[in-house]
Design a protein around this ligand. Structure first.
Ligand code: ATP
Length: 257
């Protein structure tokens, strides 16, 4: 188990029941700052449920969620976003009738309205020029120049995953929750995605919690891995140690022949 004092996000004894079905059972999760933590496990293990409890889409039946030393278990999703928690979804949630650039812009404008100080800092143009600078920066960093003025409904899934990443980054998060970001991407797109993510963590201090079934991505990019099975933690550790763990092999990865 990692040193909890260095964790940006943590859960303690987190438990979620859907009616009589226990989806998470007393999960202690540590997400160390400025690192990438993978959250893996078979279908139905409770990964998305955990994301929903962290981002505020559901209130747990028991246990707590901490962010930056603060108990956020009962904060609504908007307040958590203001604290710096952003997320992407397994099923893409872009504004399909807006261009790629406008999808990013709308997210940036939302951030500008969050606090009186934000509005003052935004200046006379309501922050439009600051947002435009952020949009231009992300379009370049994510390699979206060729599709910036194309409607989101027209771009391929792999590109749309990058747009969704960009939209989450427009709120300048401290913690990014990524739900299966490589799903629908080509190998080249996944490699590019990996480079962008690593750079955001190493050079810009971002902290990432990543749900992903693409094991080469998880093992290649994660600093730590947390494994769930039937709502319970079955392993936590460095990627190599987790891959070699007998319970993980049995529950998820399959025993190598
Ligand atoms: P996947 O890899 O398939 O996305 P997961 O690890 O994200 O799975 P969850 O979606 O969190 O797993 O589901 C955990 C358990 O909770 C499963 O048994 C699922 O059927 C159940 N579950 C999830 N959402 C609900 C809901 N809204 N109502 C009732 N049961 C739910």
């Amino acid at each position: 188990m990692s040193d909890r004092s260095l964790s940006l996000l943590g859960t303690s004894a987190l438990t979620v029941d859907y009616g009589g079905n226990r989806a998470l059972s007393s999960v202690d999760l540590d997400v160390p700052e400025r690192a990438i933590t993978g959250l893996i496990g078979p279908n139905g293990a409770g990964k998305t449920t955990l994301f929903n409890a962290v981002s505020g889409l559901l209130t747990p039946s028991a246990g707590t969620v901490h962010f930056d030393g603060r108990d956020i278990t009962r904060l609504d999703p908007h307040r958590r976003a203001r604290l710096g928690i952003a997320r992407t979804f397994q099923r893409l949630e872009l504004f399909t009738d807006l261009t790629v650039r406008d999808n990013l812009r709308v997210a940036g404008e939302m951030r500008m309205t969050w606090s009186p100080l934000g509005r003052v800092r935004a200046g006379r143009d309501g922050g439009a020029s600051a947002v435009a600078r952020d949009v231009d920066g992300l379009v370049e960093r994510l390699g979206l120049g060729a599709v910036a003025d194309v409607e989101a409904s027209e771009v391929p899934t792999g590109t749309a995953r990058l747009v969704e990443l960009g939209r989450a980054l427009m709120i300048r998060p401290r913690l990014l929750l990524l739900d299966e970001p490589a799903s629908g991407q080509t190998d080249d797109e996944t490699k590019a995605f990996e480079r962008v993510l690593r750079d955001l963590v190493d050079r810009h201090g971002l902290t990432v919690l990543l749900i992903e079934h693409d094991m080469s991505l998880v093992m290649g990019i994660c600093d730590h891995v947390h494994v769930l099975d039937f709502g319970e933690t079955i392993a936590v550790g460095a990627p190599d140690a987790v891959r070699a763990d007998a319970r993980v092999q049995e529950a998820y990865l399959g025993t190598p022949t």
